[in-house]
Write a protein that binds this ligand. Structure first.
Ligand SMILES: NC(=O)c1ccc[n+]([C@@H]2O[C@H](COP(=O)([O-])OP(=O)(O)OC[C@H]3O[C@@H](n4cnc5c(N)ncnc54)[C@H](OP(=O)(O)O)[C@@H]3O)[C@@H](O)[C@H]2O)c1
Length: 316
């Protein structure tokens, strides 16, 4: 089969498309004939070795949509050990869900990994309640643009969306955000604190953005972190939380995946919202397998809006 893989950790130039043996299903795993693979920010950090260090050589990619080989059913699979940028993947059976007829491949793949992260962070970690004012950083990204839509669905009274370019902020207004802010605004904390502050701030950037989110919380507000972009300092003290009666919590999708009933429940909910077009994954672009390195560069350069897909059967 063909796959995009790395032989050593490093820049996008380390990604090469090669012919490799198909993976074996092994105990608890299934084979999936991949139609499309997804790109996630985590892939960039796996490529450099900063996040999950897969044994080398490694096929990157943590989410796919395709056909389960044993029964031909259409499934989305989340791959905690990579292997997505390939004709065939071997996910854990428990990390695979069937896609209902009313949801197409692009939407299913655009929604599951990043949508489950957004949904879990807002509800399981952030305990979002109707009427809450919600802030979202990197709001035009894969997780962020779904978090903005889900916050609205869950009854947020106000959504404040952070993104770095006027084009992305324009998009976020069209998505229903009430206020859009530039994360580089020198008074970001002050702007977040306007109108009484935020009840919940969902952050995936860390550093100064996370700290501004904390400063912008209303009393009893909650800060939820799903990650940070490399090399940023997140530290704040318990005293700073106490001063604001604030809470801080992390969220990792792994803890949804290890609970099959929870994972199925979240996936069902997202697919229902997708079938009813109440939440729509924006597909930024679909690149051929040979275009994965370029897509990594585009994501690192903050050029992408929504989800990037890889057509693993196309090479140019
Ligand atoms: N905890 C979990 O279980 C979990 C699961 C999935 C994803 N995540 C995390 O969620 C975040 C979002 O993931 P995603 O896949 O949806 O990616 P993404 O948000 O689509 O990533 C691209 C966007 O990140 C923003 N960004 C902020 N600082 C950046 C920097 N220093 N360099 C490059 N981009 C930067 C940019 O938006 P602006 O230009 O608008 O700032 C950029 O467009 C990541 O931190 C990821 O690790 C966590």
């Amino acid at each position: 089969m063909r796959a995009a893989l790395i032989h050593r950790y490093g820049g996008p130039e380390e990604l090469s498309v090669e012919t490799v043996p198909e993976p074996e299903a092994g105990p608890g795993r299934v084979l999936v004939d991949v139609t499309l693979a997804g790109l996630n920010y985590a892939d960039l950090e796996c490529r450099t070795g900063e996040y999950l260090r897969f044994p080398l050589p490694a096929v990157l990619g943590v989410d796919v949509v395709g056909r389960r080989r044993e029964d031909g059913r259409r499934v989305v699979a989340l791959l905690r050990t990579g292997g997505g940028y390939a004709h065939v993947a071997a996910p854990e059976a428990a990390h695979t869900v069937e896609v209902p007829d009313g949801v197409d491949d692009e939407q299913a793949l655009g929604l599951l990994e990043q949508g489950a992260t957004a949904y879990g962070a807002l509800t399981l970690a952030g305990r979002l309640r109707p009427g809450d004012a919600v802030g979202v950083s990197a709001a035009a990204g894969g997780v962020g643009h779904l978090a903005v839509q889900l916050a609205r669905e869950l009854g947020a009274s106000r959504v404040v969306a952070l993104s770095s370019t006027p084009e992305k902020r324009e998009y976020l207004l069209s998505l229903g955000a009430d206020t859009v802010l530039d994360p580089a605004d020198p008074d970001l904390a002050g702007r977040l604190a306007e109108s009484g502050g935020l009840d919940l701030f969902l952050d995936s950037v860390g550093g100064p953005v996370l700290r501004a989110g904390l400063a912008g919380l209303a009393p009893f507000g909650r800060l939820v972190s799903v990650g940070a972009r490399g090399g940023v300092e997140d530290a704040f003290t318990m005293g700073e939380l106490t001063e604001r009666s604030a809470g801080a919590q992390g969220f990792w999708l792994k803890h949804v995946l290890t609970d099959r009933a929870l994972f199925e429940g979240v996936a069902d909910h997202l697919f229902r919202l997708a079938a009813e077009k109440r939440v729509v994954a924006r597909i930024d672009r679909t690149v051929p397998l040979s275009g994965v390195a370029g897509a990594h560069r585009a994501m690192a350069a903050r050029e992408t809006i929504g989800k990037v897909l890889v057509d693993v059967h196309r090479e140019e």
